[in-house]
Design a protein around this ligand. Structure first.
Ligand SMILES: [Zn+2]
Ligand SMILES: [Zn+2]
Length: 126
């Protein structure tokens, strides 16, 4: 047996060597002989906090406090299409347009037009 104690040595029963069961945040108990160890004793050991905290969570089935952040959606890019309509301002023959549903579905949608030449913008409710 190694004489140096690392964090994991404290997770095993010093009486019989069985893996201690963490059934509360305060005590680790040997399921075999009933040996009890204060969890604080385990946490107090060098470098043990992280390991112990993980072990406690695993034993107690506590979800890690780290929540996986939502994967940021790609910037809401508006797909533009081109329509063969003349710009009311400069009479350029094509306009870029995109639609956007406003509020509820039964309120129809708004079509936004933008002239690629003079940058004139206007919208039409459908
Ligand atoms: Zn034991
Ligand atoms: Zn124009």
């Amino acid at each position: 047996m190694a004489s140096s104690c690392n964090a994991h040595d404290f997770l095993f029963c010093s009486m019989c060597g069985t893996l201690l069961s963490l059934n509360s945040l305060k005590h680790a108990i040997c399921p075999l002989c009933g040996f009890k160890r204060d969890v604080k004793e385990i946490e107090g050991k060098e470098t043990s906090y992280t390991i112990t905290a993980e072990d406690i969570r695993r034993e107690l089935n506590i979800e890690p406090f780290v929540q996986l952040g939502r994967i940021p959606a790609a910037a809401d890019r508006v797909q533009r299409a081109v329509v063969n309509e003349a710009c009311p301002q400069c009479h350029h023959p094509q306009l870029e347009y995109y639609t956007r549903q406003l509020r509820s579905a039964d309120e129809g949608q708004t079509v936004f037009y933008e002239c690629p030449k003079c940058k004139h913008k206007f919208s039409v409710n459908t």
